[in-house]
Design a protein around this ligand. Structure first.
Ligand SMILES: NC(=O)c1ccc[n+]([C@@H]2O[C@H](COP(=O)([O-])OP(=O)(O)OC[C@H]3O[C@@H](n4cnc5c(N)ncnc54)[C@H](OP(=O)(O)O)[C@@H]3O)[C@@H](O)[C@H]2O)c1
Length: 329
């Protein structure tokens, strides 16, 4: 039986999600990697417990997280039974649909048929009656935005999700989705884009839209899958993602240019007396438009390590200028 730490709410910072009533922890935990069937249940359990014991109340899933597809939700359902049911109201759980999930024309993209049936499947796998947040995982160029947003509105009205969100939408697509959801009476709670020192695309318009529309923002891969820990500066460690599960983080991402940037960023972190990944996390959270940084972890110690940012001094103007210079902005 799991008894959460009594001090779990003492040190975490909670940030308001856009103009909503929802507060999210500065760091949230994603279950994309390390929650499939290739990771022992006990490791998954210690990751979730360590997160929650330190105030990380938000766990992020998707229908196709695994491997295989669906396994992260299935496994989470087992954790729900062993650990989380008594604490359900202290958790903010999200899932998504939008990428390929099952065979045939109804298991992908953004139709009403796909989104509603996918969430029904997710709820069964996760063994919960509702999720707090349901996302459309990526824009669908061939389905009218009215249909996709209509499905999110329907889902929220049915009580199967409390809030609706979008992920990977560009600035114009976001504007259209936010307006349509508002028209339907189900505000868009949050956008989930990729953002890190190695991928600043959202600064080219998306963050302006989110600020203007007062929509929250949870950024995924703030450590670029581990590149921004500096662990790949001297080769590929045996226990790293690139070695153990390189489906999405391939050795060809270690270009000379990227490694040079990482090395220079590490010097900035060294100058502050902190680790590179702490600098990387603080950097994505420097703008209050970003509600939360959505991290992954393969070991519980990584979660506690990352929490050091809560007590770190803010980045100075000079440090931010130097980072821009390194990143070529
Ligand atoms: N919406 C979308 O389309 C989308 C896409 C991708 C991800 N996501 C979400 O974003 C979440 C995070 O993605 P991500 O896992 O790629 O993010 P990330 O935080 O950039 O990378 C996490 C990885 O970095 C390493 N790491 C983290 N903290 C460390 C530390 N203190 N010391 C050393 N290594 C550390 C670990 O890799 P090792 O295995 O090397 O230890 C860990 O698995 C996902 O779980 C998912 O919820 C969403």
């Amino acid at each position: 039986m799991y008894t959460p730490s009594e001090s779990r709410y003492l040190s975490m910072q909670y940030r308001r999600c856009g103009s909503s009533g929802v507060m999210l922890p500065a760091l949230s935990l994603g279950l994309w990697h390390n929650f499939g069937d290739i990771t022992p249940f006990s490791v998954q359990q210690s990751l979730l417990r360590t997160a929650f014991d330190n105030g990380i109340t938000h766990f992020d899933l998707a229908n196709n997280y695994g491997p295989p597809y669906g396994a992260a939700e299935e496994n989470f359902g087992r954790h729900m039974d062993t650990d989380w049911r008594p604490h359900r109201d202290e958790l903010f759980l999200s899932t998504k649909a939008g990428y390929d999930m099952w065979a045939g024309p109804y298991g992908n993209w953004g139709s009403r048929k796909y989104l509603i049936s996918s969430l029904d499947q997710s709820l069964r796998r996760m063994r919960v009656d509702y999720v707090d947040l349901f996302y459309h995982h990526r824009p669908d160029p061939n389905t009218p935005i009215e249909e996709t947003m209509g499905a999110l509105d329907r889902i929220v009205r049915s009580g199967k999700a409390l809030y609706a969100g979008i992920s990977n939408y560009g600035p114009e697509q976001t504007e259209a989705a936010v307006k349509e959801l508002r028209r339907l009476g189900t505000p868009c709670l949050i956008h989930q884009p990729r953002y890190s020192m190695l991928d600043r695309r959202i600064e080219g318009g998306l963050t302006d839209v989110l600020k203007k529309e007062r929509v929250g923002c949870i950024v995924f891969q703030p450590l670029a899958g581990g590149l921004l820990t500096g662990k790949y500066l001297n080769g590929i460690p045996e226990d790293s993602r690139m070695k153990t599960d390189s489906r999405f983080l391939k050795p060809d991402s270690l270009t000379e240019d990227t490694l040079a940037k990482i090395l220079a960023l590490k010097a900035v972190a060294d100058g502050r007396g902190q680790k590179l990944h702490h600098l990387a996390l603080q950097w994505v959270l420097r703008d209050e438009t970003v509600t939360s940084a959505l991290i992954g972890a393969s070991r519980p110690e990584q979660i506690t390590d990352n929490l050091a940012i809560l007590n770190a001094p803010p980045l100075s103007g000079e440090e931010l200028r130097r980072i821009d210079e390194i990143l070529g902005e």
